[in-house]
Design a protein around this ligand. Structure first.
Ligand SMILES: *[C@@H]1O[C@H](CO)[C@@H](O)[C@H](O)[C@H]1NC(C)=O
Length: 192
C-alpha cells in the first residue's frame, strides 16, 4: 500500500469522525450547465459520464457552505488528500445506495481499464465538473482551484460508497459531499 493510500485511509477515518449533518438541503445547483462531452463507462457501459461547466459553479468551503472565493493552489495531484464530510438532512429524497454502488464499481472498472488518474481542468474552464450518473444516483467531482488538478478514480469510488452509505436515509440524510480540507475540490453524491 502506498503512503498516499494509507494517508487516505486515515483521512477517511477522520472524515467519519467529523461527518456532520447540515440542514439546508443541497447547495446551489449547477445553473446553465454547459456540457462539453458525454460517454458511457463501466463494465456494462451503463454509467453516464458528463464533462461540463456551470455558469455559477457551486463553490463550497471546508464547512460545506457555498462561497464565492477560490482556494489557493499547491501541488497538482490531490489524490488521497483529506476531505470533510457533510450530509444533508432530512432522510427523504436521496439516491438509492445500490445505484451509487454501480457508479463506484464503474469507477473501479475504469481505473483498471483506462487508468487510475484523471484530470479536472481549472475552475472557470469548460470541463471543471465531471459527473457520473446511474438511475437515481449522481456523483460529481468539482475542481474549484484556479489550475487543473489530478485526482484518482479509486478514491472517487471510495468516496461514492462512503457518502452513499454515511449520508443515507438510515442516517437521516439524503446525500452529501466531501470537501477537501484545503477547499480545492469536492465530491458530491445526490439524487439524479
Ligand atoms: C494530467 O495533466 C498533466 C499536465 O498537463 C499531464 O502530464 C498528465 O498526463 C495528465 N494526466 C491524465 C491522466 O490525463
Amino acid at each position: 500500500m502506498l503512503f498516499s493510500q494509507l494517508f487516505f485511509v486515515a483521512a477517511t477515518l477522520l472524515s467519519a469522525a467529523s461527518a456532520a449533518l447540515i440542514a439546508h438541503g443541497p447547495i446551489a445547483a449547477c445553473a446553465n450547465e454547459q456540457v462539453v462531452d458525454t460517454a458511457y463507462i463501466g463494465a456494462n457501459k451503463d454509467v453516464k459520464l458528463t464533462l461540463s461547466h456551470c455558469a455559477n459553479a457551486p463553490l463550497v468551503n471546508a464547512h460545506g457552505e457555498a462561497v464565492s472565493h477560490l482556494a489557493k493552489r499547491q501541488s497538482a495531484n490531490v489524490c488521497g488528500n483529506a476531505c470533510n464530510t457533510y450530509c444533508w438532512a432530512p432522510a427523504a429524497g436521496g439516491p438509492t445506495t445500490s445505484d451509487c454502488t454501480v457508479i463506484a464499481d464503474a469507477l473501479l472498472y475504469e481505473s483498471q481499464n483506462t487508468g487510475v488518474f484523471f484530470n479536472a481542468t481549472a475552475f472557470g474552464t469548460a470541463t471543471n465538473k465531471i459527473t457520473m450518473t446511474y438511475n437515481t444516483c449522481e456523483t460529481f467531482f468539482l475542481n474549484q482551484d484556479t489550475s487543473s488538478i489530478t485526482y484518482c478514480r479509486t478514491e472517487w469510488s471510495k468516496l461514492v460508497n462512503w457518502l452513499a452509505s454515511d449520508c443515507s436515509a438510515a442516517n437521516n440524510a439524503h446525500g452529501g459531499l466531501c470537501v477537501a480540507t484545503d477547499q480545492r475540490w469536492y465530491v458530491q453524491v445526490q439524487h439524479n
